[in-house]
Design a protein around this ligand. Structure first.
Ligand code: ACO
Length: 727
C-alpha cells in the first residue's frame, strides 16, 4: 500500500482498456515514484517509456499491477518474482470464480506467489488505493478519487468498489485506503484488518463482504481491533437460510444470516443492512465523536419530521428524554409562543439561523442529552446555507468540548437543500435526507459505544462429561444409528448436569400402567421410536393423564391414530413422565457449521418454534454475559420475566443450562444437532428441566483438550446445579 515504484503489466496501447486506465489513474492521481508501463509491443505509452518485461525496468519495482489476459498471468508472475517485486495486484479475472479449471490455475498463482515471498491482492479485483498525499496511489480503474481520510474500505465486489469510491467523493467521505480483494487467493480481509490495526491513519474500517474465508479468525481479530477502530460490515447473501437440510429446530433455524448476526454481535461489529446504511453509519463514525449514552435531543423547524424522528429513535433503542427544567425555561424564553419546547423542540417555520444556533446550543448543553439530531426543512424566509454555517460552527465547538457530543443533521428537500448539505459536509456534520437514516446512524454509534464499555464476561468451566458422552456416542455408532434413544440422550444430559424431567421407558404397551404408577399421576406419555424424530407431529405426545381408565382409553386412541399413519404397535415403545403443570416453554439447542463451528440457540419453545422464530444464536463457547443476553434478548423475555402479579422464571438456571450446553458443544464435536424442546422454566430453579430432547451424532470435528482434573465424566445430578467458580 506504500510502494515507491510501480509497474503496470498489460498497459495497452488502446485507450480505455483496463491496463491503460490503471496507468492513467496512477498518473492523474499524482503518484510520486517511478511508473513503468509494461508492454512487449511498444517503447512508449502516453508520455511514458514502456518496457517489455518487469525485469527489463531500469530500477526496482515495489508493486506490479497485472492486467494481462488470464493465460499470461503465470508467466508475468515469474517475471515479477525474478525482478524481486514485493506486491502484486492481479486485476485479471477468469480464475476460481469461473469453475474448477480456473480454481486450479488460481492455486498455481498462489503457490508461485508464496514461493517467491511476494503478496498478492486478487485475482479478479479492481485494484487498491491509498489516498495519503505522501503516496497518492490509485491503482484502480475507477474514475474519480475520494478525499483522503480515516477510513479503510475492503470490498469483495469490484463493481461495488467503483460505486463506493464515487459515492465517497460525492459525500466528502474520506477514504484513506481502499482494497478490492477479489478472489482473496492470498491477501484476505483478515490480513487487511491486521494491517490496519497497526496503521494509525486508519480509524474506521468498512467492509463489503460476500463470504468469510476464516470467520473464527475474523471473530478474534474484530473483537480485538474493533475496540479501537469501529468495524462496519455489510454482508451480501442474506437469504441462504434453510438451504441446508436439518432435522432439528436448531439446525433448521441456523441459516447463514443468523450465524452472521451472531458472529457480528459477539465481536462488536456494526452490521449495516444495506450499502446505503453502511455509508450513513460511516459518515457519523468518521465525522462525529461517539455519544456518552443513548439520550437524543431533537431540534426541528417542522413538527411532522420531528415526530417521525422521535418515533424512529425510540424504535431503535434511543431515548428522547424530557429536557432539564433550566433548558426548558431557557427555550421558552427564546422561542415564540407557538413553538413547542419539549423534546423534540419544534421551532416552527419562522426559525432563523440565529435561533437554530442558540436552540441547538442549549439542547446540546443539557446534561440530559448525549447527542443532538437537527431536522431541518429549508424554510422559505431563511437562507438554508446560513443555517448550515451556524450549525457547522456549533458542531465544531461541541466536538472539541470537554464532553464531546455528536450532532447529526437531517436536511429534507433535496433541491433547496443542496447548498446547506455541502456546507454541513464541510464542517463534518453528517447529514441525511430522511429522519430514520439519522436515527439509524446514531443508534449504531450508541450500540458500538455500549459494546465497548461492556465487560466481556467469562466462560465458566463445569465438570466435564465428555468421557461419558463419548461412551454413549460410541455405542450409537456401533449400532449404526444417528439419533440417540431417550436413555442415551438422558445419559449425555446427565453427564453435563443439564436437568431433564424424570423419564421412565416403559417399552411395550403392557408395561405402561406400571410405569405410570411408579411415576405417579398426572402423567405424560410419549411414543419412542428411532423412526419418529418429531413425536408431537404424529400426535405421539399425550399430556395430563390422571387415571388408569383415562390411560387405557388414550392409549387405544393413540394406537389407532398411529396405525392410520403406518406405525404398527410393536414398532414403537412408550416413555412415561410426570406431568409438570405450568411453566414457560423455552427451547435450547446446539448445531454446527463447517466454518463457524458450534452454535448455541435459545428461544421461545414449544411446537411453534419454527413459526414464531423468537430465537437467538451465539457461537460457542459463550460467556456468562452472552448467555444472559441470549435470554433477555428474545421478544418473549417480558413473559419469562413475569407478567403483572406473577413471579418470573429462574433465568439464572436457564443461563447456567446454556453455559453447560455451550461447553458440551465445544467438548463433544460428535454431537451434530441437539434440541431441548421444550425446557420448562419455573420460578423455582430446581423445577426447571428439559421435558423433551433429541440428539443426532455426526462425523465430528476437532476435539478440544479437557483438563484432566475434570475428566471424570461425573457431572452434578440433574436438577441440582451449583454455580461453580468462574474461571
Ligand atoms: N506483458 C505485458 N503486456 C502484455 C503481455 C505480457 N506478458 N501480454 C499481453 N500484453 C499486453 C497486450 O499486448 C495488450 O496491449 P496492446 O493492446 O497494446 O497490444 C495488453 O497487454 C492487454 O492485453 P489484451 O489482450 O488487449 O487484453 P485486454 O485488455 O482486452 O484484457 C484483462 C485484459 C482486462 C486483464 C482481461 O483479461 C480481464 O481479465 N478482464 C476482466 C477484468 C475484471 O473484470 N476484473 C475484475 C474487476 S472487479 C469488477 O467486477 C469491476
Amino acid at each position: 500500500m506504500r510502494p515507491r515504484s510501480i509497474a503496470v503489466v498489460g498497459t495497452s496501447r488502446k485507450p480505455g482498456s483496463i491496463g491503460r486506465e490503471v496507468l492513467t489513474r496512477l498518473v492523474e492521481g499524482g503518484f510520486r515514484g517511478p511508473l513503468y508501463p509494461i508492454n512487449p509491443a511498444v517503447d512508449v505509452i502516453g508520455s511514458l517509456r514502456a518496457y517489455p518485461t518487469v525485469t527489463a525496468c531500469p530500477g526496482p519495482v515495489d508493486l506490479a499491477v497485472i492486467a494481462v489476459p488470464r493465460d499470461k498471468v503465470l508467466a508475468v508472475l515469474d517475471d515479477c518474482a525474478a525482478a524481486k517485486v514485493g506486491g502484486l495486484v492481479v486485476i485479471t479475472s477468469g480464475f476460481k470464480e469461473v469453475g474448477p479449471a480456473g480454481a486450479a490455475l488460481e492455486q498455481q498463482l498462489v503457490e508461485r506467489v508464496r514461493r517467491a515471498g511476494m503478496r498478492m491482492v486478487g485475482p479478479n479485483c479492481m485494484g487498491v488505493l491509498n489516498s495519503d498525499p505522501a503516496i497518492n496511489l490509485n491503482a484502480t480503474f475507477a474514475p474519480g478519487r475520494p478525499p483522503s481520510g480515516p477510513i479503510g474500505f475492503i470490498s469483495q465486489s469490484g463493481a461495488l468498489g467503483m460505486a463506493v469510491l464515487d459515492f465517497a467523493q460525492s459525500r466528502d467521505l474520506g477514504i484513506g485506503m481502499f482494497v478490492s480483494t477479489g478472489n482473496k487467493a492470498d491477501v484476505s480481509g483478515n490480513d487487511l484488518l491486521e494491517y490496519w490495526e497497526q496503521d494509525p491513519s486508519i480509524r474506521l474500517i468498512l467492509m463489503y463482504v460476500e463470504s468469510f474465508g476464516n470467520p473464527l479468525k475474523f471473530r478474534e481479530l474484530a473483537e480485538r481491533i474493533g475496540r479501537e477502530k469501529p468495524i462496519v460490515v455489510v454482508k451480501a447473501g442474506r437469504t441462504a437460510a434453510g438451504a441446508r437440510a436439518a432435522a432439528s429446530h436448531t439446525g433448521a433455524l441456523a441459516g447463514e444470516d443468523a450465524l452472521c448476526d451472531a458472529l457480528f454481535h459477539q465481536c462488536g461489529v456494526i452490521r449495516a443492512q444495506t450499502v446505503e446504511e453502511l455509508f450513513d453509519i460511516a459518515l457519523a463514525f468518521a465525522h462525529q465523536p461517539l455519544p456518552g449514552g443513548n439520550r437524543v435531543g431533537i431540534v426541528t423547524n417542522s413538527g411532522g419530521p420531528g415526530i417521525m424522528l422521535a418515533d424512529a429513535c425510540e424504535m431503535l433503542g434511543l431515548a428522547v428524554p424530557e429536557f432539564s427544567p433550566e433548558t426548558a425555561t431557557a427555550l421558552r424564553e427564546l422561542l415564540p409562543e407557538e413553538a413547542s419546547v419539549g423534546n423534540p423542540v419544534d421551532m416552527i417555520a419562522s426559525a432563523t439561523e440565529e435561533s437554530f444556533q442558540r436552540v441547538v446550543g442549549l439542547v446540546a448543553a443539557d446534561p440530559q442529552v448525549d447527542a443532538v439530531i437537527v431536522v431541518f426543512l429549508p424554510p422559505v424566509l431563511t437562507d438554508p446555507e446560513r443555517v448550515a454555517v451556524r450549525l457547522g460552527d456549533l458542531a465544531d465547538r461541541l466536538a472539541s468540548g470537554r464532553t464531546p457530543k455528536p450532532i447529526l443533521g437531517c436536511v429534507m428537500g433535496a433541491r433547496r437543500a443542496a447548498g446547506s448539505l455541502a456546507e454541513l459536509q464541510k464542517h463534518r456534520v453528517p447529514s441525511y435526507a430522511f429522519p430514520e437514516s439519522a436515527a439509524k446512524a446514531l443508534s449504531a454509534m450508541v450500540r458500538y459505544q455500549a459494546w465497548r464499555k461492556r465487560p466481556r464476561g467469562s466462560v465458566p468451566r463445569f465438570p466435564s462429561g465428555r468421557l461419558q458422552a463419548e461412551q454413549v456416542i460410541e455405542g450409537v455408532r456401533q449400532a449404526g444409528r444417528e439419533w440417540l434413544s431417550e436413555k442415551e440422550v438422558g445419559s449425555i444430559l446427565r453427564a453435563y448436569g443439564i436437568p431433564m424431567v424424570k423419564s421412565v421407558s416403559a417399552g411395550a404397551r403392557g408395561a405402561v400402567a406400571d410405569a405410570a404408577h411408579g411415576v405417579g399421576y398426572p402423567i405424560v406419555i410419549k411414543i419412542s421410536s428411532p423412526a419418529i424424530i418429531h413425536k408431537a407431529r404424529v400426535g405421539g405426545v399425550i399430556v395430563d393423564i390422571r387415571t388408569d381408565e383415562e390411560l387405557r382409553l388414550k392409549l387405544d386412541d393413540l394406537e389407532k391414530r398411529l396405525a392410520a399413519q403406518g406405525f404398527e404397535p410393536g414398532k414403537y415403545g412408550f416413555v412415561v413422565q410426570p406431568m409438570l403443570p405450568g411453566g414457560r416453554e423455552v427451547i435450547m439447542g446446539l448445531s454446527r457449521t463447517p466454518k463457524m463451528g458450534p452454535l448455541v440457540m435459545f428461544g421461545l419453545g414449544g411446537i411453534f418454534v419454527e413459526t414464531v422464530k423468537d430465537i437467538v444464536f451465539r457461537l460457542a463457547p459463550i460467556t456468562d454475559r452472552e448467555a444472559m443476553e441470549m435470554i433477555t434478548g428474545i421478544r418473549a423475555y417480558p413473559i419469562l420475566k413475569g407478567l403483572p402479579g406473577e413471579a418470573g422464571v429462574a433465568v439464572q438456571t436457564l443461563q447456567e443450562m446454556l453455559l453447560r450446553l455451550s461447553q458440551m458443544a465445544v467438548e463433544v464435536p460428535e454431537i451434530a444437532e441437539l434440541d431441548l424442546n421444550p425446557v420448562l422454566a419455573f420460578p423455582e430453579s430446581d423445577r426447571c428441566a428439559a421435558v423433551d430432547a433429541r440428539i443426532r451424532v455426526g462425523s465430528g470435528g476437532a476435539r478440544v483438550p479437557v483438563a484432566p482434573s475434570n475428566a471424570t465424566g461425573d457431572g452434578p445430578p440433574p436438577g441440582k446445579m451449583d454455580i461453580p467458580p468462574r474461571v
